[in-house]
Design a protein around this ligand. Structure first.
Ligand code: TEU
Length: 543
């Protein structure tokens, strides 16, 4: 079978179907809605879409709790709607990546219903069941990401089952080969339907330590925010045993072998493994026989400084020599990046443009999140509006993930930004409505037009897809690097700071010729580049 590595250096656009476009008029986005808006996505110049879960689900975790891996939730449409969506995407030249949430199921999945019915049914061992300690308490100290112990008591089996997230998201037991076979068959179902790849949710959570050893505690020092011991003690453990076990390598090889039966199918795995993330990514992507790419959390942080970006990118390619990364500033789990990075509204548009130019020129693939092409800020929601159980539990220490999940805004003059004719499941803030797609189409200086221009720039320079990256020392606030392949060598300089800055082009780079780059004024003379706050400069190094 043919493998073209189309994913290497690709730009992927993440669609959160609940919040993209509602066609059905129930206030919740759906697959026909996605189809109707794909021309907008294609117009950005991206290579692929990643669709967050649309599978049958009680929606306790907004679809990341699946009760049937091989069907579409009626709320989102039908399999026929999915096929039509995929046909339209392919007509527009977009690849389609879908989420696979196989580390856990919903507690409403028939597999779990059967498993919990008794200790000796055929699926008794499909989930992680364990005896209580002699005093009746949980088998060990493992914690759930979403708060509380990772163990829930089941009165019928008189045993605990494990859940890394909600109690209604029981963890599948990957040590059981039947479980592996079953999730591989579900993946095959979608491959046969023609999807171009998968995004594997929580890919390092598939296996747990069979001995159920306690996680060692971390020191409380430096643990703050959501991880503070009085908020959610999850961050107080070194998660050595509840995830990232060595057996996963074998499973990822099985998954790749399945995909290799088809042309050109790509995989990206979500790896959140704290300080060990790079080691895990290396193990999962090295050698080309497991995952194609990993998605790390490095650039999802509030740190938008040259030091952090340089450390993240250099750290990645040092640790992961022949693996590949997919960078993202935003997704459906974190505060929107303009809000993380800006100090005031006045900076929002400049930061939206600068961040995109930066991520589009880094080495790696890129994942964009719906709405960032409009420079949308995080929505400020009231407690009453919240739908995310994670936020409801930890409010106000953590406001949850709804602020980045509010609906897309398409038409400034229509109710709910044109997202739906009904009251949307999360409100559309007024300050979003005025940033709608149609308003930005009409403004040549909009963030939206910048996205098209910067992504076209990336397409026009092959070196941005396949070139090496070398960082240069630069003054405070400035990030500088060179991208190079056999045919092209480009210098990029970004001022991430709020003060004007100068950068001296190192003489070793030889003769440089400024290159026009979207949203930047050329300000270079005699090897000295002057940059305003949030300015960018690009030059070609002639050989
Ligand atoms: O997220 C995995 C994950 O590690 C999250 O706990 C993440 O760190 C957190 O949401 C950040 O605030 C994936 C999905 O992306 C997320 O939406 C799901 O809730 C989670 O898995 C469980 O399936």
């Amino acid at each position: 079978t043919k493998q073209t590595e189309w994913w290497r250096g690709a730009v992927i656009y993440q669609i959160y179907p609940r919040s993209f476009q509602d066609q059905g008029g129930d206030g919740i986005g759906d697959i026909p809605g996605v189809t109707s808006r794909l021309e907008h996505v294609a117009s950005l110049g991206v290579d692929a879409i990643w669709l967050s879960p649309f599978f049958t689900s009680p929606q306790a975790d907004m679809g990341y709790d699946v009760s049937d891996y091989c069907d579409v939730d009626p709320m989102f449409g039908t399999l026929a709607d999915f096929d039509a969506m995929m046909a339209e995407a392919h007509r527009l030249g977009l690849k389609v990546i879908i989420d696979q949430v196989i580390s856990h199921t919903s507690d409403q999945h028939p597999w779990f219903k059967e498993s919990r019915a008794s200790r000796d049914n055929p699926k008794a061992d499909w989930f992680v069941w364990a005896e209580p300690k002699p005093d009746g308490t949980a088998p060990n100290n493992w914690l759930s990401v979403f708060g509380g112990p990772a163990w829930e008591w089941d009165g019928t089996r008189k045993q605990y089952y494990m859940h890394n997230f909600l109690t209604s998201q029981p963890d599948l037991n990957f040590h059981n080969p039947e479980v592996q076979n079953a999730v591989l068959e579900a993946a095959r179902f979608w491959l046969d339907r023609g999807v171009d790849g998968f995004r594997f949710d929580t890919v390092n959570y598939y296996f747990h330590d069979r001995k159920l050893r306690d996680n060692p505690p971390l020191s409380e020092e430096g643990v703050f925010g959501l991880d503070a011991p009085d908020v959610n003690p999850y961050g107080m453990q070194n998660h050595l045993y509840d995830k990232t076990q060595p057996e996963n390598i074998g499973f990822l090889r099985r998954m790749r072998a399945l995909l290799d039966q088809y042309d050109d199918r790509a995989t990206v795995g979500e790896v959140g493994d704290g300080a060990r993330s790079l080691q895990t990514v290396a193990a999962y992507t090295q050698g080309g026989d497991k995952l194609n790419m990993c998605y790390t959390f490095d650039l999802l942080s509030p740190d938008f400084t040259p030091g952090h970006i340089r450390r993240s990118v250099e750290g990645f390619f040092r640790a992961v020599s022949d693996g590949w990364v997919c960078w993202a500033f935003s997704n459906h789990d974190v505060e929107r990046h303009v809000s993380r990075f800006m100090e005031s509204e006045a900076e929002r548009e400049s930061i939206a443009k600068l961040a995109l130019t930066l991520i589009a020129t880094l080495k790696g693939s890129v994942c964009l999140y719906q709405g960032e092409e409009l420079g949308l800020p995080e929505a400020d929601l009231a407690f009453e509006d919240l739908r995310d159980p994670y936020g409801i539990r930890f409010w106000p220490a953590f406001k949850g993930r709804d602020g980045c999940r509010t609906p897309m805004v398409w038409e400034a003059g229509r109710a709910h930004g044109g997202f739906s004719t009904a009251k949307p499941w999360l409100p559309v803030p007024y300050e979003h409505a005025v940033l709608a797609v149609d308003a930005q189409e009409a403004d040549p200086h909009s963030v939206l037009h910048h996205y098209r221009a910067a992504l076209a720039f990336r397409k026009a320079h092959g070196v941005l897809r396949d070139g090496s990256i070398t960082f240069l020392d630069a003054p405070e606030g400035v990030l500088a690097f060179v991208r190079e392949n056999d045919t092209e060598k480009l210098l990029f300089v970004f001022n991430l700071g709020r003060e004007a800055a100068s950068f001296l082009i190192p003489p070793e780079l030889g003769r440089t010729v400024p290159v026009a780059i979207p949203a930047a004024a050329v300000r270079e003379a005699n090897g000295r580049v002057d940059l305003d706050a949030f300015d960018v400069f690009c030059a070609e190094c002639r050989r």
